[in-house]
Every structure is written in structure tokens, then in C-alpha cells.
Ligand binder design. Structure first.
Ligand code: MN
Length: 255
């Protein structure tokens, strides 16, 4: 199983979640919301080979923490994975849109400077803004848009720009989310939980509960769970083994 967007450090008991996820054989991209969380995540997950950590600065924290983009850009030299980054155009974050755009541009330029990164990107109510930046930096690496919620036309543009997509129960529980997932090219899809933000009744969704996303995809693609799991696993391997042009990290791409 693949959980390509999970906030491991934000569960009430991260160590217990990491251990259980390891038992269940889940591969995880642990995204972070502030650059400082990078070190904490490294300590938490050390010895768990199926977890990769992305360094990030969540768009909803940019207003308060935009200065930390310098720390982020520096840590980015040490990892192939960057996230959660992006732009949030929801009403409550509208006032920081311009700042968010500047910070996002800076991060994407740094991705390009470093020879390309794999990025987990938030684009709620800001798909156009996110794609404009990605289009201006074609060598930034491979963008993986998490929980895509734009229009069909925007999806087409994202696909053309080489984006991948991580989809989870939060998105697939809605009709709109399933309609979008149906038209995403199958070879560009990964699964995610976005736990602990996405919940299952009163409990945060656990990484191994990414099964729920697999179930939705099996229904959408009219196939069985085994084929879905294989397909997503293959997609994942294709993505992480992709050579990024001029990658200057000495971090191994293998998981
Ligand atoms: Mn998230």
C-alpha cells in the first residue's frame, strides 16, 4: 500500500502509527508543514525504510512563517522530496495569496536550481496559480498534486504539464472527487490519506486505511483490489525511480 501524503508527526502517538504502518507494509511519504519538522521526522522514522520525508511549508502557515522559506530552501539540498507546499485560495487565506505565491515561486525555483524534486502540492482554490508557477519552471521536477479539486480543463492542463495526482478518501468520498479521479490518467495516480487531518468517523485516518482509497479506485476502474494495489505500487516505483535532470543530492532514490 502507498500513502503518498501523510502528516505522520501530527498524530497523537506518531511512533505507534509508524510501527503499525511498518507492520502493514505501507510505503509513506511523510509530508511536513514547517521546515523545523524535518529533523523531528527524521528522528521519528529512523530505521523505517518504507518512510520518506518531504520538507515543506504549508501554504496556510505562510502568513506567519514566510521567513522560514530560507530554512526550507537550505534543507531541500538534502532530500528529493518537498511538501507540503503550494497555494491555498480559500476565503480565509485569501489575504495572504500574494505572499503565498511569492513563497511558492521561491520554492519551485529552488527545486529547479537543485536539478528537480518530487513535490507534494496543495492547490485548493488555487489550481490556476499553482500551474502558472509550475509552467514557468519546467525543470522543477515532478509535481504530485494532492487532493486535486479543480475543473476538468484545469486537470487537462495539469496533465499536460506532467503533474501526477495523489487521491485519498477525503477526495473520493465526494461525487465531485470521484468524477475527477475518473478522468485522471491511471498511470499518474497514487493513493494518500492526508491523515490525521482526514478522519474516519471520530478517528484520524491511519496510513493503512489508504485501503479505502483503493476500494474507491477499484469501483471507479471496475477492477479488483489486487489489480489496484499492483497498479498503484507500479506507479509509485516508476515515480520514485525517475531520474530528475541534474539531481545534485546524494540521497538514494530507492525505497
Ligand atoms: Mn496535507
Amino acid at each position: 500500500m502507498i500513502d503518498f501524503h501523510c502528516h505522520l508527526d501530527l498524530y497523537p502517538d506518531p511512533s505507534a502509527v509508524i510501527k503499525q504502518a511498518d507492520k502493514e507494509g505501507v510505503y509513506i511519504l511523510a509530508v511536513t508543514t514547517t521546515p523545523q519538522a524535518w529533523k523531528i521526522n527524521q528522528t521519528l522514522t529512523s530505521g523505517f525504510g518504507r518512510v520518506k520525508i518531504a520538507v515543506g511549508l504549508h501554504p496556510e502557515l505562510v502568513l506567519e512563517r514566510h521567513k522560514e522559506v530560507e530554512i526550507l530552501c537550505s534543507i531541500m539540498k538534502e532530500t528529493r522530496y518537498v511538501g507540503e507546499i503550494g497555494i491555498d485560495g480559500s476565503l480565509k487565506n485569501k489575504s495572504s495569496m500574494q505572499l503565498q505565491q511569492e513563497v511558492f515561486k521561491k520554492i519551485i525555483s529552488q527545486c529547479e536550481n537543485l536539478g528537480g524534486r518530487i513535490m507534494s502540492i496543495h492547490a485548493r482554490n488555487a489550481v490556476k496559480e499553482v500551474l502558472d508557477v509550475l509552467e514557468a519552471h519546467p525543470k522543477a521536477g515532478i509535481p504530485v498534486i494532492h487532493w486535486f479539486s479543480g475543473t476538468d480543463i484545469e486537470l487537462g492542463r495539469a496533465v499536460q504539464l506532467g503533474c501526477w495526482f495523489s487521491v485519498g478518501p477525503g477526495m473520493l468520498r465526494s461525487n465531485k472527487g470521484r468524477d475527477i479521479a475518473k478522468i485522471i490518467p491511471q498511470e499518474r495516480i497514487l493513493t494518500e490519506t492526508d491523515g490525521p487531518f482526514v478522519r474516519n468517523a471520530s478517528q484520524p485516518l491511519m496510513p493503512w486505511e489508504v485501503k479505502e482509497a483503493e476500494r474507491f479506485l477499484a469501483e471507479l476502474w471496475q477492477t479488483d483490489m489486487n489489480s489496484i494495489r499492483l497498479k498503484i505500487q507500479n506507479n509509485f516505483r516508476t515515480l520514485i525511480s525517475r531520474k530528475l535532470s541534474g539531481d545534485k543530492t546524494n540521497v538514494s532514490a530507492s525505497l
